[in-house]
Write a protein that binds this ligand. Structure first.
Ligand SMILES: [Zn+2]
Length: 96
């Protein structure tokens, strides 16, 4: 199975909200200062995200479906980012 298929089946609904709207807006951040915080979503859970010099395997848009957005205005973060070490796993079985 291709890695893209694997991630697509593991992480549904990451780029869309439950009602089908885009999770992040395709426009610049409107906050001042810009990008006060980043967040992402997986399997219905909200996870922290942070800017990085490079994408991780999970957050690379060429491979996975993850999208990071501004916590203030929901703009899509256009640069590389990662899910920080220690973030909770986005699975029901990992929440206990
Ligand atoms: Zn913003």
């Amino acid at each position: 199975m291709a890695i893209r298929d694997t991630f697509s089946s593991l992480f549904k609904r990451t780029a869309k909200t439950d009602d089908g709207a885009a999770y992040a807006a395709e426009r610049p951040c409107l906050c001042s200062p810009a990008w006060p915080g980043l967040e992402t979503t997986a399997n219905g859970f909200t996870l922290p995200a942070e800017p990085s010099s490079h994408y991780s395997v999970l957050t690379n848009p060429d491979i996975g479906p993850f999208v990071a957005r501004c916590t203030g205005c929901q703009a899509r973060y256009p640069d590389p980012w990662v899910i920080p070490q220690g973030a909770p796993m986005p699975f029901e079985w990992a929440q206990d």
